[in-house]
Design a protein around this ligand. Structure first.
Ligand code: XIL
Length: 339
């Protein structure tokens, strides 16, 4: 897989957690298919900061060591996210919070400086439903620093690891409908504002948690958005791709077929329009997907949203992603799935 991605000059990889490191078939598959890993949750502030006075980097260090020992690039996820704030910090949104948030960011970036490729510095900054003119999400970071918090975070990260690719990561930019269109417009305005004031954002992270049978194949509005992003001189990273099958029929072969087509159509579009640095899936094998908790199927069947099945066998999705990297003819047939 990673050799196919290299043809497009991009890295490909998966989210990972320390419990995965003891799953041999999974680590073998990661080393075979990936050249990039992203910590699924163990590099987030709420995990590192769960003991108020003693930051705990032990799990993150193990993931970093696994990557370094195996020549894998490491994508840091994530420094500031409203859903990953330590319990002890959620209550106060005063100066203490601002100092604590900045101290966490500076210490964490300094700790891994020169050893990781890229950082999701700020995650999910936009929430138009919060009603602000600028579309910014109302969060403890906004409350503590004001709308300049994005510039503050990126400048602090750049100062401590000038070599890292700094990414602004967001969800929902890739969806259809008026809400997604509003978010795309806010994102363009936000990026124009930040770049104009010199905020060192190099790349836009597009999470890409897709839904089969909902994600449009032809998506002119998203295509136009990606062109605008490219026109701004920004690269793109697909940071957390998976395809939820909760709207699909129960039959696994049918589901896998629809999920694979969703991956292929989406990747064809993004690779066509953007300077893509990397493609990351939010897990590699179905057994570990967060979607069984976050987006359970109404019929109770387990989700099949990733590239390998529960026995680590390659699914049609694996072939579809590889074919997209190779720009192969989309006449992809079920026959290949069995080969
Ligand atoms: C999720 C993880 O997959 C879960 O294990 C964890 O409990 C919560 O976070 N957007 C993000 C990711 O940016 O960090 C989230 O990951 C999924 C949505």
């Amino acid at each position: 897989m990673s050799s196919a991605a290299a043809r497009r000059n991009l890295l490909c990889g998966t989210a990972l957690c320390t419990s995965d490191l003891s799953a041999q078939p999974l680590t073998r598959a990661i080393l075979r298919d990936c050249n990039l890993v992203t910590p699924e949750y163990e590099l987030k502030w709420d995990v590192i900061g769960r003991h108020p006075h003693e930051p705990d980097y032990s799990a993150a260090d193990r993931l970093m060591a696994f990557a370094a020992d195996n020549g894998l690039a490491f994508h840091g996820h994530t420094l500031w996210w409203h859903e990953a704030i330590p319990e002890s910090r959620r209550a106060n949104q005063s100066m203490d919070f601002a100092q604590a948030a900045l101290r966490h960011l500076e210490r964490t970036v300094a700790r891994y400086a020169g050893r990781l490729r890229s950082w999701d510095v700020v995650n999910e900054p936009l929430e138009p439903a919060h009603g602000r003119q600028d579309g910014l999400r109302v969060s403890p970071f906004l409350a503590a620093f004001g709308p300049d918090y994005i510039e503050t975070a990126f400048r602090a990260a750049a100062a401590r690891d000038p070599g890292a690719i700094l990414v602004l990561n967001e969800m929902g930019l890739e969806y259809a409908g008026p809400e997604a269109e509003r978010k795309r417009r806010h994102m363009i305005d936000l990026l124009e504002r930040e770049l104009a004031r010199g905020t060192p954002i190099a790349c836009l992270g597009i999470q890409s948690h897709l839904t089969a049978l909902e994600q449009p194949r032809q998506h002119p509005a998203f295509r136009a958005f990606l062109r605008t992003i490219r026109g701004m001189g920004l690269s793109v990273m697909i940071t957390e791709m998976d395809v939820s099958d909760h709207l699909c029929p129960r039959d696994p072969r049918q589901r896998d077929r629809i999920v694979a087509d969703t991956y292929r159509a989406y990747l064809d579009l993004v690779l066509d329009e953007s300077r893509v640095l990397a493609v990351g899936t939010w897990g590699l094998a179905d057994f570990s997907t967060w979607l069984n908790a976050f987006r359970p199927r109404p019929d109770g069947a387990r989700q099949r949203p990733l590239l390998l099945d529960r026995a680590f066998r390659r699914k049609p999705a694996w072939h579809a992603v590889r074919a997209a990297f190779l720009g192969a003819d989309n006449g992809f047939s079920a026959h290949q799935a069995r080969s």
